[in-house]
Design a protein around this ligand. Structure first.
Ligand SMILES: [Zn+2]
Length: 341
């Protein structure tokens, strides 16, 4: 690819980055976990900045309600309910063909984190749930890989950078908030500009760290509300008794804590079912299901069909996403009836 030498000129002119910083970005390998609104904006900024490799991890598909703020997707992606990591990669390839992209249609868990995050030099948070964030924090501290936290809901959000030997997420927030009392994008809505600002702050921390300026990253957390205009700094102090970086008890990464096996997803109207030990043979399953289900599609990374008003997407790692219900029992019944237990 004959990319123009001037592509990064305006970034190299920044004395904080320069040619050395640009070369460091080229060597960086950033895992973007979750490619919703935050991950979309973040991955776009990192690809344009010339980060050498992006590992794109997402478990979901594009829905119409995503288009208001998830900037990597368009109406064709929603129409076809494309897996987000795949649609994001196609868009990012057009943005900057020099970036190496690794696509993972997967739900990050204690089980697959070592494999999916292998080789990452930085973790960028685009998730919508605390179980994954606490898992990322554990991985960051244990493996000494920087982690940039980002979260947004309603009109406000929070950004924080965890760098080796600095305070971690659990120094400030030892336990995740109670899910039953925590607003989500589905329950409280989300203001598109709040996402853009929070994602911009997070990408800024990521680019500082990845360009070789980790000391310029802001320790602790920053809260910002786009509606009221309020912003403040929180928790920049390391807690020697922190369960993660202090006592080094990696309970999320070791799978002693985490998300339930079958779960309703944040977007609503969908249930995720975990895969078994063996990966399914999608082509063989496609042949088996031919003529027994509606709208069967067999692709390289997933298989999809409709049955009784529900839509089932089976990914190559064995995980299934059932849309049209929030009842795990109904989702499990569909999976057992069609694909098998
Ligand atoms: Zn800590």
């Amino acid at each position: 690819m004959a990319a123009s030498a001037s592509r990064y000129d305006r970034q190299i002119r920044l004395p904080q980055i320069g040619a050395d910083g640009q070369a460091a970005l080229r060597r960086a390998s950033v895992a973007v976990i979750g490619l919703g609104a935050l991950g979309s904006h973040g991955a776009d900024l990192l690809a344009r900045a010339g980060v050498g490799r992006l590992i794109l991890i997402d478990r979901d598909v594009v829905e119409w309600s995503n288009l208001q703020r998830q900037s990597l997707y368009d109406e064709r992606d929603a129409e076809r309910a494309r897996p987000k990591a795949e649609a994001a990669a196609e868009r990012l390839r057009a943005v900057n063909a020099d970036v190496e992209l690794t696509v993972q249609l997967a739900d990050l868990s204690a089980h697959n984190a070592p494999r999916l995050l292998h080789g990452a030099t930085l973790l960028l948070d685009g998730t919508d749930n605390f179980a994954t964030r606490y898992l990322l924090n554990d991985f960051s501290v244990q493996q000494r890989v920087a982690y940039v936290y980002a979260g947004v809901v309603s009109t406000y959000g929070l950004v924080g950078a965890v760098v080796p030997d600095g305070p971690c997420l659990r120094c400030t927030y030892p336990e995740p908030p109670d899910a039953a009392n925590t607003p989500t994008c589905q329950s409280a809505g989300v203001f598109g500009p709040a996402v853009a600002v929070v994602a911009g702050l997070a990408a800024g921390e990521a680019l500082k760290i990845a360009s070789g300026n980790p000391r310029s990253a802001h320790a602790g957390f920053r809260y910002v509300d786009l509606w009221s205009g309020e912003s403040r700094a929180l928790g920049a102090r390391q807690d020697p008794d922190c369960p993660c970086c202090g006592r080094r008890d990696f309970e999320w990464l070791e799978g002693r804590r985490g998300a339930p096996r079958a779960q309703a997803l944040c977007g609503g109207g969908a249930v995720q079912l975990p895969g078994g030990e063996a990966a399914p043979d999608l082509a063989a399953l496609g042949r088996k299901l031919q003529g027994t289900v509606g709208d069967l599609e067999v692709r390289e990374r997933y298989l999809r069909f409709r049955d009784n008003g529900l839509e089932l997407t089976l990914f190559a790692d064995g995980r299934a996403l059932v849309r049209g219900t929030e009842d795990p029992a109904a989702a499990r019944a569909l999976l057992a009836r069609t694909v098998g237990a």
